[in-house]
Design a protein around this ligand. Structure first.
Ligand code: ACO
Length: 376
């Protein structure tokens, strides 16, 4: 097979107008707008509008979009009850995957895939994933659930539900920026999973559930938890060098470094690095940031020549820690942001669909006689 590419590396499998990546130059744009500008001036909700509509909203459109999202923060009573019936030991990524799938059970028309219906359903998923996670966090801690506050934007409301008090504007803004940076990223593995499932004309819930399953993997969204675990394992800033050298000598991968597409600095990591530094100083976690910076310096010396730099997950670990998120909610926060991007890709796929059905290069034997069971 002449055009076989392991891991589909370099294979173009879709046309998109959503996000553009130049892996050599370290560029990421949504609808042509550089990610740095969106992180500085936009909000998560506005960024999702941009991806779903192909343009920035007017003031009135943004107000109505925000209101539509806030109206849907509350979980239906069935899904809320389901959260309370879940094992307290469950992993949040399994929880969120199950609950997004469960939304389909209570949708009277779960299989509708006309664009207006998909958009409507996606809005509900977007609004409710933070509520699901906050409810589950209270359930497993045995603390009372905090109902959503419709006066607050999505990021601020999530932190309010999680902690029972309004976050500082800096914390709310930091989480909002993280969501903007995580909203979309070309045909990454989870987005490809979502597009592949919806290309069968299945439904939004199935496509999003598949995408969440993909994102959980440590080679994809799960890496941010791997970064935090690594930072916790390193006892001091000065111990970072030996720790990394030891791992590299054993040919182990360092979580939060390297990317299939970026062979230069991931522009999202550049932004997160600044955010992480500021937050770490503000929250008494300067040592954590310094440890990260030391790891980056070692990796730069050892691996930059190979095009291995920090990816989005590296500094998001410090950022989430400083915001006060428990470790196993790091990857679920990625889900909250990426629901915006996955849904945009699902809409784009449905607007001009062709079933995904690649080929395999068969390497096994042929014409083998069946051996009766007693002769094996
Ligand atoms: N640490 C050390 N070496 C690395 C790393 C790393 N994190 N990443 C890649 N390399 C090395 C590989 O060992 C390999 O070296 P070799 O040529 O000597 O064998 C070379 O760089 C190429 O690496 P591949 O794994 O072939 O690159 P690929 O494009 O398949 O992998 C991936 C990309 C999976 C992200 C990889 O860099 C990795 O495992 N990183 C750590 C996990 C991680 O941070 N994932 C998050 C990615 S971003 C996201 O999904 C949101």
């Amino acid at each position: 097979m002449a055009n076989y590419s392991k891991g589909l590396e370099g294979v173009i499998a879709a046309e998109t107008k959503l996000s553009f990546i130049d892996g050599e130059k370290g560029v990421l744009e949504y609808l042509g707008i550089p990610i740095g500008e969106l992180a500085t001036y936009s909000t998560f909700e506005e960024t999702v509008f941009l991806l779903w509509n192909g343009r920035l909203p007017t003031k009135a459109e943004l107000e109505s979009f925000n209101a539509e999202i806030r109206k849907r923060y509350d979980l239906g009573k069935e899904v809320a009850r389901m959260v309370l019936d879940m094992p307290q030991t469950a992993e949040p990524m399994h929880v969120i995957r199950t609950l997004v799938s469960a939304l389909g059970l209570y949708d009277p028309k779960p299989n509708a895939i006309d664009l207006a219906s998909v958009r409507d359903k996606a809005l509900t998923v977007l609004a409710q994933t933070p509520t699901m996670l906050a409810y589950f966090q209270h359930h497993r801690k045995g603390t009372p659930i905090v109902l959503p506050d419709r006066n607050l934007g999505l990021a601020e409301n999530f932190l309010y539900m999680l902690n029972g008090k309004r976050p500082t504007p800096t914390m709310a803004k930091a989480l909002d920026v993280c969501l903007v940076l995580h909203t979309d990223h070309g045909l990454n593995n989870s987005t490809f999973s979502a597009r592949s499932v919806i290309s069968t004309e299945s439904d939004l819930y199935s496509a999003l559930t598949a995408a969440i399953g993909s994102l959980r993997g440590p080679l994809h969204g799960g890496a941010n938890e791997g970064v935090m675990k690594m930072l916790n394992q390193i006892p001091s800033v000065d111990a970072a060098e030996a720790f990394i050298q030891d791992k590299l000598a054993k040919k182990e991968k360092i979580p939060g470094f390297g990317h299939r597409v970026y062979k230069s600095y991931d522009p999202r990591a550049k932004h997160l690095k600044v955010l992480a530094k500021q937050l770490a100083e503000d929250t008494g976690n300067a040592g954590l940031y310094e440890k990260s910076a030391r790891i980056e310096a070692v990796m730069e010396r050892e691996k930059a020549a190979k095009g291995i730099y920090p990816n989005v997950d590296f500094y998001s670990a410090t950022t989430y820690h400083c915001i006060g998120l428990p470790l196993d909610l790091f990857t679920p926060m990625f889900v909250v942001g990426r629901v915006g991007g996955w849904s945009a890709h699902i809409l784009e796929q449905l607007a001009d669909n062709r079933l995904y059905r690649p080929d395999v290069d068969y390497k096994g034997p042929h014409a083998v006689s069946y051996t009766p069971i007693e002769k094996r």
